[in-house]
Design a protein around this ligand. Structure first.
Ligand code: UDP
Ligand code: MG
Length: 168
């Protein structure tokens, strides 16, 4: 099995419950390398793109509210890229099943997740489910320069008249 990358997102409930340290400790059991990490606010546009495969599900609107933080009054998430052998499966094993009640009790979702009264699975972390999904997701959440390895092909563009924020 070759090395591969996977996207992990510690969702707003994870940050609100101060679970970041516990989750990173659990994920370190995989011996995978962290090659990108950022704390960020998730805009609706990113959320919709990330979960586009679920747009016809009855829980889609609630899911968007969840990942953008309006459900928890906490709009930060932590996004990480892990890299190494069998990274996708190793992370999903420690994350546990999507439904926190079906997840192994010692998995992250089994230990810290719950089902909301409206049925939404509040399951603390996202983990990519296939190499294609990982690539699609990592390109949504990270710029090439925010990852320490060149995972995917890049190109240089000259952006004229572009604005960016610098320290004052
Ligand atoms: N989800 C839910 N109910 C479902 C399926 C999914 O609330 O029946 C939520 C849950 O938070 C999950 C996210 O939607 O993590 C994305 O669903 P997916 O099927 O991709 O599961 P995952 O890959 O996160 O295990
Ligand atoms: Mg998924």
């Amino acid at each position: 099995m070759p090395n591969e990358a996977t996207l992990v997102i510690i969702k707003p409930d994870g940050l609100k419950k101060s679970l970041t340290g516990n989750i990173l400790s659990r994920l370190s059991e995989t011996k995978l390398k962290i090659i990108g990490a950022r704390v960020m606010v998730v805009e609706e546009e990113l959320a919709v793109k990330h979960y586009s495969h679920l747009k016809d599900k009855p829980f889609f609107q609630e899911l968007i509210k969840y990942i953008t933080g309006s459900l928890h009054g906490e709009n930060r998430v932590m996004a990480l890229v892990y890299w190494g052998k069998d990274a996708i499966q190793k992370v999903r094993d420690i994350a546990g099943a999507t439904n926190p009640e079906e997840a192994e009790p010692i998995s992250i979702r089994g230990a810290y997740g719950r089902i909301l009264t409206n049925g939404l699975y509040e399951n603390v972390i996202h983990a990519s489910s296939s190499p294609d999904e990982a690539q699609r997701e990592i390109k949504l959440w990270f710029e090439p320069d925010e990852i320490v390895y060149e995972l995917y092909p890049t190109k240089i563009i000259v952006a004229e008249k572009s604005e960016r924020k610098v320290w004052a």
